[in-house]
Design a binder for this molecule. Structure first.
Ligand code: 13P
Length: 237
């Protein structure tokens, strides 16, 4: 399975930040990496321009979408709008949205279904908190999130396992714990679904993480903002 290396820029990036993508493309020798798919999910304000300039080398995606196609939802962006701007993927159910916007599994499921309706591949995020891992509940928590967040119908799907306590902290689970969780998710979703690991992926740990069975790529936050770091991760493993 071709690995997917995805950058989530979160609420970072202005027009000038597109220069980082240009540097990334130069680092890739101007061509797409043949053995892996590259994706950047910039803020919605940069999506159309990023897609226009770089979609021959990278995929571009959204960080969230509304479940409806259009309507009176001030400030929201629909999956159809992301697709129209050049997106191929959209992240749904990121733990920051679950926390900041009180999104629950049923919201995430509706957004994942909206993504498919618009022809986008949803990247559904799951992951346990530090307390839940400490209590030995990580597999149960992720199992429940999968049950509640995934569309019932077959279709394009990517899962991102992002332990909440590993995001932006420099901490990561042991390689054994990542392997256990990815094996657990694989049993639930079958062989055709890419399962990404996310949470403090850096140039220094990407090789070991990407070598784990059933890790089909990475969802990278902070280290995706600098072309040199993202390039090292893309080239790892
Ligand atoms: P960091 O790589 O900054 O830990 O963020 C991970 C993440 O949340 C990606 O979606």
């Amino acid at each position: 399975m071709k690995k997917l290396i995805a950058g989530n820029w979160k609420m970072n990036g202005i027009q000038a930040s597109l220069e980082e993508v240009a540097r990334l493309v130069i680092g890739l020798d101007g061509g797409a990496a043949s053995d892996r798919d590259l994706l950047i999910c910039p803020p919605a304000t940069l999506l159309a321009k990023m897609a226009e300039e770089f979609s021959d080398v990278i995929f571009v995606g959204g960080q969230n979408c509304h479940e409806r196609e259009s309507g009176a939802h001030t400030g929201d962006v629909s999956a159809e709008m992301l697709a129209d701007a050049g997106a191929s993927y959209v992240i749904v159910g990121h733990s920051e949205r679950r926390a900041d916007h009180h999104e629950v599994d049923s919201d995430v499921k509706a957004k994942a279904m909206a993504a498919r309706r618009a022809g986008l591949t949803p990247i559904v995020c799951v992951g346990e908190s530090e307390a839940q891992r400490g209590e030995g509940e990580a597999l149960n928590v992720v199992g429940a999130q999968l049950s509640g967040s995934l569309p019932e119908e077959e279709g394009e799907l990517v899962i991102a396992y992002e332990p909440v306590w590993a995001i932006g902290t420099g901490l990561t689970p042991t390689l054994g714990d990542i392997a256990e969780m990815h094996g657990f998710i694989r049993d639930r979703v079958g062989s055709g679904v890419r399962i990404l690991y996310g949470g403090s992926v850096k140039p220094g740990n990407a090789h070991d993480i990407l070598a784990i069975k059933d890790v089909n790529g990475a969802l990278v936050g902070g280290a995706s903002l600098k072309a040199s770091d993202f390039l090292s991760i893309v080239s790892a493993g």
